[in-house]
Design a protein around this ligand. Structure first.
Ligand code: NDP
Length: 464
C-alpha cells in the first residue's frame, strides 16, 4: 500500500522529510504500509493552506457547503467496503463491527452534517441585537486510533459544515483510513486547502499543530494526559480547545431490572472494539440482592466472545491496536487484586491479543475501577441500593457516559444523578446526532449533531 504523500492545498504533496512511520497489522504483527513522518515544517505548510482557504470557505453559503459535504458522503460511501477492510487491517477490528460501526457510523454522521449545513440557520434576535454564528477559523484536528474514521469525521464534517478549514493529524497507528477520507474529499471537489492531511507522530506533528499560532481551534480526541498537554499548548494563545478524553463509565443495574438483558448488553458494550472505546461501560454496578447471579451471567456472556482473526466471521474480539497497548492492559490485569470471574484462553500465537476478562468484587478505589484500561476487561462492583450505586458511579475523575437498568421511572431518576455527558436507560441505542462529550476529566465541549457544529462557531452580537 503506497501512502507516501501529504495532502496540502488540494494536492498530494511531497513531505518535508524522507522519514516514514510503519503501519502494523496488529493481528499478524506485519508491516502493511508506511506513511510520511511529517514535521513542523509540514504543519506550517498545511496551516498556511488552511488559512488561505478560510475566507473563501467561510463565505461559501451554508447550503453550498452542505452540497459539497453531500458529494463527500457519496464518494466516501463508495469506499465503505474498503474502509471496513482497512480498519480491519490497521486496527484489527472484526469485519462485522468494522462494517457496521467503523464504516457505517461515520457515514451517518457525515450525512447528518451535510443535511444540517443545507438547512438554513434560524434568525435570532435578542432585543435590538442580531445574533450570528460564524466559523471559528483554522482548526487543528488530532485524532486517535480506536475509531479511526469516526473520530476524524466527527471533527472534520462538523468543522467544514460550520465554515472552518482543517489540518488533520490522524493517529500514527491508524493513518490509512484518513487517506481514504482525503481521497474522497479530492474526488468530491472540496476546494483546495479546506482539508489538509499531515501524518506523523504526536510528539512532532500533534504538538506543532496544538501550539501553532495560526490555528484558531484545536479539536482533540485521545487520552486525558495528552489532552492536558494539548490544552496547555493552546492556552498560550487563548485558542479554543475541544477535548474528547477518557472514560470509566458505570453500568448501573438496579433492583427490578431485566437482569439477563442488562448483563448481556453491558458485557457487549464493555467488549466492543476489544474494549478500546471511550464510552465503554467498564464498571458494572450490581445491587447486592442479585449480585452473585449477575457475576455468573457476566462470566457466561464473556465466554461467548471468540477471540482471533478479525477477518473470520466468527470472531468477536480482535487484537488490541499495538504491542504497547497489550502490555498496558496485561499490566492492569496482573495488578488487579480482585476475584477473577472469567478469563478466555486459546489466543492466536501472533498478534496483540488479550483474553476477555471479568473481575468481580472490585474495590471501587482500586486502579482497576479508576483507570481507563482500554481492553476487554470488565469490573463488577456490588452496591447496596440506589444512593450507593449513584455514589460509586460518580466516584471517578471521568464523566463521559453511563447506563442505568431498572423500572423506567427509577432508572431515569438515577440517570439524572449521574455526573456524565450521556446515559443510556434500559439499553437505549447510541444516538449519532445527540450531543456527545464529557463532564470532569472526560473533556470539554460536545461533538455530533447541531451541538457538534456549534463547537466550531463563534457567536457575534450585532446591535441595530
Ligand atoms: P494519545 O492520547 O497519546 O493519542 C491520541 C492522539 O494524540 C494521536 O493522534 C497522538 O499521536 C496524538 N498525540 C500524542 N502526543 C501528542 C502531543 N504531545 N501533542 C499533540 N498530539 C499528541 O493516546 P495513546 O495512543 O497514547 O493511548 C493511550 C491511552 O489513551 C489508551 O490506552 C486509552 O486509555 C486512552 N485513549 C483514549 C481514547 C478515547 O477515545 N478517549 C482514544 C485513544 C486513547 P500518535 O498517534 O502519533 O501518538
Amino acid at each position: 500500500m503506497k501512502r507516501d504523500k501529504l495532502y496540502l492545498g488540494g494536492r498530494w504533496a511531497e513531505p518535508d522529510s524522507d522519514a516514514t512511520i510503519p503501519v502494523e497489522n496488529p493481528a499478524t504483527e506485519e508491516v502493511i504500509a508506511h506513511v510520511p513522518a511529517g514535521t513542523a515544517v509540514d504543519v506550517d505548510r498545511a496551516v498556511a493552506e488552511a488559512r488561505a482557504a478560510f475566507p473563501g470557505w467561510a463565505a461559501t453559503p451554508r447550503a453550498e457547503r452542505g452540497a459539497v459535504l453531500g458529494k463527500l458522503h457519496a464518494a466516501l460511501a463508495g469506499r465503505a467496503d474498503e474502509i471496513a477492510r482497512t480498519v480491519g487491517l490497521e486496527l484489527g477490528a472484526p469485519l462485522k463491527i468494522a462494517k457496521a460501526v467503523q464504516a457505517g457510523l461515520p457515514l451517518t454522521v457525515l450525512q447528518g452534517y451535510a443535511d444540517l449545513a443545507a438547512t438554513p440557520a434560524p434568525e435570532e434576535t435578542i432585543g435590538h441585537s442580531r445574533v450570528e454564528h460564524e466559523p471559528v477559523g483554522v482548526v487543528g484536528a488530532i485524532t486517535p486510533w480506536n475509531y479511526p474514521l469516526h473520530q476524524v469525521v466527527a471533527k472534520v464534517a462538523a468543522a467544514l459544515a460550520a465554515g472552518c478549514t482543517v489540518v488533520l493529524k490522524p493517529s500514527e497507528l491508524t493513518p490509512l483510513t484518513a487517506y481514504l477520507l482525503v481521497e474522497a474529499a479530492d474526488e468530491a471537489g472540496l476546494p483546495g486547502g479546506v482539508l489538509n492531511l499531515v501524518t506523523g507522530t504526536g510528539a512532532e506533528v500533534g504538538a506543532a499543530l496544538a501550539g501553532h499560532p495560526e490555528v484558531d481551534m484545536v479539536s482533540f480526541t485521545g487520552s486525558t494526559a495528552t489532552g492536558r498537554a494539548v490544552a496547555h499548548a493552546a492556552a498560550d494563545r487563548i485558542a479554543r480547545v475541544a477535548l474528547e478524553l477518557g472514560g470509566k463509565s458505570a453500568n448501573v443495574i438496579l433492583a427490578g431490572a431485566d437482569l439477563p438483558k442488562a448483563v448481556k448488553v453491558g458485557v457487549a458494550n464493555a467488549f466492543l472494539n476489544s474494549g478500546q472505546t471511550c464510552t465503554a461501560l467498564t464498571r458494572m454496578l450490581v445491587d447486592r440482592s442479585f449480585y452473585d447471579e449477575a457475576v455468573e451471567l457476566a462470566a457466561a456472556a464473556a465466554g461467548t466472545y471468540q477471540t482471533g482473526d478479525p477477518f473470520d466471521p466468527a470472531t468477536r474480539l480482535g487484537p488490541l491496536v499495538s504491542a504497547a497497548q497489550r502490555e498496558r492492559v496485561l499490566g492492569f490485569i496482573d495488578r488487579a487484586g480482585a476475584r477473577l470471574a472469567y478469563q478466555g484462553g486459546d489466543l492466536p500465537e501472533k498478534g496483540y491479543f488479550v483474553p476477555a476478562t471479568v473481575f468481580a468484587d472490585v474495590d471501587p478505589d482500586s486502579e482497576l475501577a479508576q483507570e481507563e484500561i482500554f481492553g476487554p476487561v470488565l469490573s463488577i462492583i456490588p452496591v447496596d441500593g440506589e444512593d450507593h450505586a449513584v455514589e460509586i458511579a460518580n466516584h471517578s475523575r471521568y464523566g463521559l457516559a453511563g447506563a442505568v437498568w431498572g423500572p423506567p421511572d427509577r432508572a431515569l431518576a438515577v440517570a439524572r444523578r449521574l455526573r456524565t455527558g450521556a446515559v443510556d436507560v434500559n439499553g437505549a441505542a447510541f444516538n449519532p446526532v445527540a450531543p456527545f462529550g464529557g463532564y470532569k476529566q472526560s473533556g470539554v465541549g460536545r461533538e455530533l449533531g447541531a451541538y457538534g457544529l456549534a463547537e466550531f462557531q463563534q457567536t457575534k452580537a450585532i446591535q441595530l
